[in-house]
Design a protein around this ligand. Structure first.
Ligand code: KG4
Ligand code: ZN
Length: 324
């Protein structure tokens, strides 16, 4: 029997569990999104997220085991996101992982969420090997990374204000697309002219990113349009706004690769699902669509390369909110 790793992810508003083998084969990946629950507030409400994770974590783990044709008896190790994320949300997954591992005397591997996104690239059947230069663009983070080995990375640049996914979500909100609006904005942009409006790509030092000015530029443009005009030009606005974000991401990733000298480029995180970004970087390897946004297969994948903790040493483990 292959060594099976159970992954658990609850850092934000997705409750996820997955079963992955030591060689990186995904046996199952279950994601229960709470997006609908948070939509009416226009963003994730931490306390609501924690409570929903509590309700969902056991059934989601059960479903992941079931989909993999496995039971807890078959699990050899448990990997779980320790941070960064919402602490109350993280604690639900971490507690569940501790309970499962401790009850069976298994090793537990605390996993960093950002490393987990990168570890998506180590999953079969299209795994890549370091060294590579990686763009990680999600709702919470945007950075370019030099990945030298499978246990971590060096940060070459990161956003000084909003994350790219956050810029997509805020833009989507201004265009009346609901929350989280990245995917909806992507779809609407497909019907518009990306050259219709000129939005600035912020100039920041080195390999850093900045997206807050872009959001303000969209806000002013939307505010200055009459209501019927705005309705008629929504797709053009979405396309032009998306073009500006994609330009910034592509420019930084290519500049980072020039600096590292890497010939392999990779893109991970929720924004890696963006169709224009995927088309704009034909030379890069992208995370599979289903594994761009938060999931637990990437967590189990990262658990293959992080230090396992023996039972019961992990019982005192705490969650952390910010990147370490
Ligand atoms: O990686 P992820 O699930 O969460 C974090 O770790 O933050 O990323 C979620 C983000 C959201 O901001 C969402 O709007 C964005 O990814 N996203 C997209 C697309 N699909 C998801 N952004 C642009 N285009 C998409 N197709
Ligand atoms: Zn994420």
């Amino acid at each position: 029997m292959a060594t099976l790793i159970l992954g658990i992810e609850t850092s934000c508003d997705e409750t996820a569990a997955a079963v992955v083998t030591e060689s990186g084969e995904v046996r199952s990946s279950v994601v229960a999104s709470q997006a609908d629950l948070h939509a009416r507030y226009g963003g994730v409400v931490p306390e609501i997220a924690s409570r929903r994770h509590l309700e969902l974590v056991s059934p989601v783990v059960a479903a992941a085991l079931d989909d993999a044709g496995a039971t807890l008896e078959d699990v050899d190790r448990v990997g779980v996101t320790q941070g960064p994320g919402l602490v109350g949300a993280l604690l639900v997954g971490l507690s569940a992982a501790k309970a499962i591992a401790w009850a069976r005397g298994l090793e537990l591997v605390p996993v960093d969420h950002l490393r987990a996104h990168v570890a998506t690239m180590y999953l079969a059947p299209n795994a890549i090997e370091p060294p590579f230069t990686c763009l990680l663009a999600s709702g919470g983070h945007t950075m370019v990374l030099a990945v030298r080995d499978r246990s971590g990375f060096e940060v070459l640049g990161s956003t000084v204000d909003d994350a790219a996914g956050e810029a997509f979500d805020k833009g989507a909100r201004l265009l009346g697309l609901g929350y989280p609006g990245g995917a909806a904005l992507d779809r609407l942009a497909g019907e518009g002219d990306p050259e219709a409006f000129s939005f600035p790509v912020a100039r920041v030092q080195g390999l850093d990113f900045s997206f807050s000015g872009l959001k303000t530029a969209l806000l002013y443009t939307v505010r200055d349009l009459a209501e019927d005009e705005l309705e008629a030009r929504r797709a053009d606005l979405a396309a032009s706004y998306q073009r500006a974000i994609v330009r910034a991401l592509v420019g930084r990733l290519r500049a980072a690769a020039e600096r590292t000298g890497d010939t392999t480029l990779a893109v991970v995180g929720g924004v890696a699902a963006n169709s224009e970004l995927r088309a704009a970087l034909p030379e890069a390897r992208f995370a599979p669509l289903a594994l761009c946004t938060d999931n637990a297969a990437m967590v189990a994948s990262a658990a293959r390369f992080a230090r396992p903790l023996r039972s019961p040493g992990y019982l005192a483990l705490d969650a952390y909110a910010s990147a370490v």
